[in-house]
Design a protein. Structure first.
Length: 287
């Protein structure tokens, strides 16, 4: 199968066109990981929330989304009513032509926390807010590489909305927790500074001009980044009128790419994903 990951030979998963299908052992491991990270959020006082699977294009414009990284976006459209008959006759093969599509006013999310910040737009809080959410996210890339780089992937995030100090404490708490979790699993992860995930590095208004530091990644020995700690300062608070103690709120999030964790744990446990899931659950209980 063209574009299929070599792990398909073992029945663990297949990847085609940057999209993954998981067998049962990989699915069990994926959910075991998410259970641990969701529990971290619960212990940190986070409320579990689910946000819409699509994001409004006009809302994203308020966040400089199209100015800074339009190449990552996955617009969602529909077949125009005047072109339905042509498609119902089954006359065409291959991709649906762009000329047959209506203008796209929504996009698939490229990060789980966008929905959270849009949800809390125009609100005020006197106490810090912590939210745990998971989403299927989508990013167009110039290439895909097994589970290491996918078009569609699962992201769990633990988000903090509050003061600058509260956001820093939130991120540092999870730095410590993540380091201990990786050690219990026998994974070697290095903490590395990286470009903020929400803005293109070369964008006209890159968030790097506004925030410092913005992002640390945890990178496996093979170069796979499995988690990130993101400090947005008050960017989203200002852009979406989210107030904490009568000032634009600071925000930060801890993000986990679940498929990437499956990739590195597959290597660590030499393909025995059931053993990897058991180790994940044990390490999560030790936290």
């Amino acid at each position: 199968m063209p574009g299929t990951d070599s792990a398909a030979r073992t029945g663990l998963w297949t990847v085609r066109d940057g999209l993954a299908s998981f067998g049962e052992p990989a699915t069990i491991l994926l959910h075991a990981l998410d259970d641990v990270f969701m529990d971290w959020g619960t212990r940190a006082g986070a409320t579990r929330m689910t946000f819409p699977p699509l994001l409004n294009a006009d809302d994203l414009r308020t966040l400089d989304y199209f100015r800074n990284f339009p190449h990552l976006g996955s617009p969602v459209s529909r077949i125009r009513s005047d072109r339905l008959d042509a498609h119902s006759r089954g006359a065409a093969d291959g991709p649906v032509p762009a000329r047959d599509l209506a203008d796209a006013d929504h996009l698939l999310p490229s990060a789980a926390c966008y929905g959270c910040f849009l949800h809390f737009s125009g609100t005020t809080t006197e106490t810090p807010l912590r939210v745990s959410t998971v989403a299927q996210c989508f990013r167009h890339e110039d290439h895909y590489d097994g589970l290491r780089r996918l078009w569609g992937f699962t992201m769990r995030e633990i988000i903090c909305i509050g003061s600058a100090g509260q956001v820093r404490d939130h991120l540092e708490h999870h730095h410590v927790r993540l380091a201990a979790f990786a050690a219990d699993l026998g994974l070697t992860l290095s903490r590395q500074p990286a470009t903020d995930p929400f803005f293109e590095k070369e964008g006209a208004r890159t968030v790097m001009q506004l925030l410092a530091p913005v992002k640390d990644e945890y990178v496996h020995t093979d170069g796979t980044a499995v988690a990130s700690m993101n400090n947005h300062r008050n960017f989203f608070g200002e852009r979406r009128s989210i107030a904490y103690a009568e000032k634009p709120a600071f925000t930060g999030c801890v993000a986990f790419g679940l498929e990437r964790w499956v990739h590195v744990l597959n290597e660590r446990f030499e393909g025995d994903l059931r053993a990897a899931a058991a180790a994940v659950r044990k390490a999560g209980e030790a936290e």
